[in-house]
Design a protein around this ligand. Structure first.
Ligand code: KIV
Length: 277
């Protein structure tokens, strides 16, 4: 883990340069999502390299079935909360559905707004060839861009399924071309979601920028998981690529159950937990 201290003994901040260098050094990159101040503080203290304010906020924070309903105001709110909780990690903010697909000008305005008004360090957007010119423009404006290929959730209605992508040769070849296009356009990293390990390995070996996988196998330069999934906050969702590091669903329901029991039985508050004068 890159936690070198700077002179004033604060951990050295992770930058887009740091993650590219990590690939060069063969050091794996850890990325997790966060959507609020408290969780961002905890995730940052845990030493994660990159925090993604994913539009998966639409699923895990807002309860939508897909990420499509998320808008700029919502993503900017979540991103500012996260930025306030982070000391070390690189904070990447997802640009929501339809904030960058209509025109390059609109994409540039929205990427700029995200950076200026939230303090994010980079933006992420989904797709290959159709967004390449937009990526170039955003990068030219000085805004770092993370790409996202494979199962891109904003296109779920086009795919019609959450199954593994690019299992057929034609889609795999196109994905590889898209990865090259995004690198050439100036992306500093690319998320590869739910694609075969062999293809992710090929992309990772070809590119000089890092790949960060979710359900894309062990050859990627880094890994990302949705925080709520890895903390076991939503046990109804269990695709094979999730590893659970905690069972917070049970811890929280147990804690709430105990609180309810204590209130009903007059056990809480006790004498020590109240002001008698
Ligand atoms: O929105 C998100 O959380 C993401 C990750 C799954 C990569 O895009």
């Amino acid at each position: 883990m890159s936690t070198a201290k700077s002179d004033n003994s604060r951990p050295e901040k992770v930058t887009t340069r740091t993650v590219v260098d990590m690939k060069e050094k063969g050091e794996k990159i850890s990325m997790l999502t966060a959507y609020d101040y408290t969780m961002a503080r905890l995730v940052d203290s845990g030493g994660v390299d990159v925090i993604l304010v994913g539009d998966s906020a639409g699923n895990v924070m807002a309860g939508y079935e897909t990420t499509l309903p998320m808008n700029m105001d919502q993503m900017m709110y979540h991103t500012s909360c996260v930025v306030r909780g982070v000391e070390r990690a690189l904070v990447v903010a997802d640009l929501p559905f339809m904030s960058y697909q209509v025109t390059t000008k609109e994409a540039l305005i929205n990427a700029g707004k995200m950076m200026k008004e939230t303090g994010a360090h980079a933006v992420k957007l989904e797709g290959g060839k159709p967004v390449v010119d937009t990526v170039k423009q955003i990068v030219n404006a000085g805004i770092p861009v993370m790409g996202h290929l494979g199962l891109t959730p904003q296109s779920i209605y086009k795919f019609g399924t959450y199954k593994v992508r690019a299992t057929q040769d034609d889609e795999a070849e196109e994905l590889l071309k898209d990865a090259r296009r995004l690198e050439k356009a100036g992306c500093f990293a690319i998320v590869l979601e739910k694609i075969p390990t062999k293809l992710a390995k090929q992309v990772t070996e070809e590119l000089s920028i890092p790949t960060i996988g979710i359900g894309a196998g062990d050859a990627c330069d880094g890994q990302v998981l949705v925080l709520h999934d890895m903390l076991g906050l939503n046990k109804d969702f269990h695709p094979r690529f999730i590893r659970r590091y905690a069972d917070l669903q049970e811890s929280i329901t147990d804690a709430v159950g105990n609180y309810v029991k204590d209130v009903k039985s007059l056990d809480f508050p006790s004498k020590k937990e109240q002001y008698d004068q």
